[in-house]
Write a protein that binds this ligand. Structure first.
Ligand code: FAQ
Length: 330
């Protein structure tokens, strides 16, 4: 059994008339498209929603290093190794910008990491799937980074200033990530029949997990309505999923690969593809901690955090020593 989330009356977005004068003034600023900065007044719900979303996003970048990091030592050429290494390092940088953006809301990076390790915060479902071979690294760059860009380009216009600015920088790097993945897929799809079969198999396994990255369908999304009213989110989950499908199908056709969906069909009237929904019971199982790699991913993160403790402590001790020496010299 999976635990699907249920929308309650408390999730309803309140009208301007139902708000306090402060909340109303805040909402009007958001409606005018003004950016909200960290020291300015904001409703507690806005602050908490941002910490949840930015924190989960930061965790996704860091946990997201694991499936690809696993392939750095096995990349087929020196050039591919250098590219993958740079990409995985970029993901660490993205995590840092995002943790910094979250810190401006009054929560420390250590607190967020502890919540993740205690199972009290999520990270993207996609990183609970294994990368079994080199074609999967192509599929991750093409589909996972492709889905990430689709979600993150609108987030550059999100209402919270530090999140919006982090997104601008991250999106520039994500487009390089997606291209390197597609480049791997092109090489494999135009390679030997065995290589093409590997590319197809990777697409088969990553297609539905990539669609799940956009979150549950709109009817089951508990946060979308309020997050969109606050312009934390700009689009609904289904809107972005549809755009991703419409963008990706021609890319698969160019590769000569088939999308693993017998019901995929161009719909002239809506100007987009009709496609089969992912298996939502699988999605809810994965975000509840029961995906193929959840335990492995968390164990790796907790071990890295524990192994690095002495180093973090040494850095703080060194900084304190220098500060003491500086004060003594003054
Ligand atoms: N995985 O009400 P909604 C990357 C949870 S990109 C896990 O619709 P919301 C780059 C959701 O948190 C990936 N959990 O939620 C990269 C909520 O649970 P909660 C990260 C999910 O927030 C590439 C519940 O379900 N991108 O890492 C997922 O309005 C390659 C109900 O859902 C971002 O985080 C999911 N897929 O919409 C790195 C983008 N979907 O918190 C390395 C920013 C939903 O109440 C290698 N985030 N849930 O316990 C967002 O845009 C939104 O948070 C959504 C979800 C769209 C993900």
């Amino acid at each position: 059994m999976y635990a699907q989330m249920v929308k309650t009356d408390a999730d309803r977005v309140r009208s301007l008339d139902e708000m306090s004068p402060e909340e109303r003034a805040f909402q009007e600023r958001v409606d005018r498209g003004e950016k909200i900065e960290p020291k300015e007044w904001m409703p507690e719900g806005y602050r908490k929603t941002l910490i949840r979303q930015i924190g989960q996003h930061a965790h996704s970048e860091i946990v997201g290093q694991l499936p690809e990091g696993n392939w750095i030592t096995r990349a087929p050429t020196l050039e591919r190794k250098a590219i993958l290494l740079a990409k995985v390092q970029d993901e660490a940088g993205h995590g840092l910008y995002l943790y910094c953006a979250a810190e401006t809301l009054g929560v420390s990076r250590d607190e967020l990491i502890e919540l993740l390790h205690a199972g009290k915060m999520k990270y993207s479902s996609i990183f609970n799937y294994p990368t079994l071979n080199w074609a999967d690294i192509g599929a991750v760059g093409w589909l996972v980074d492709g889905a990430a860009i689709m979600n993150q380009v609108p987030l550059q216009r999100t209402s919270f200033g530090p999140y919006s600015r982090a997104m601008i920088r991250i999106c520039k790097e994500e487009s390089f990530h997606q291209r390197q993945g597609y480049d791997i897929m092109m090489k494999m799809a135009k390679g030997t029949p065995a290589q093409k079969a590997m590319a197809q198999d990777a697409l088969n396994r990553f297609w539905y997990p990539a669609l799940m990255m956009f979150g549950p369908s709109d009817k089951d999304s508990v946060h979308s309505a309020q997050s969109m009213a606050w312009k934390i989110k700009i689009n609904t989950n289904d809107e972005l999923r549809q755009k991703f499908v419409d963008q990706t199908v021609p890319q698969a056709q160019y590769l000569g690969l088939s999308i693993p969906d017998p019901d995929l069909k161009w719909n002239e009237e809506k100007g987009g593809y009709d496609y089969s929904e992912p298996d939502w019971s699988e999605f809810f199982e994965v975000i509840a901690g029961n995906g193929p790699c959840n335990r492995e991913r968390m164990n790796a993160r907790v071990k890295a955090w524990e192994d690095g403790r002495w180093f973090r402590e040494a850095l703080v001790a060194h900084a304190e020593k220098r500060a003491t020496a500086r004060i003594a010299a003054e």
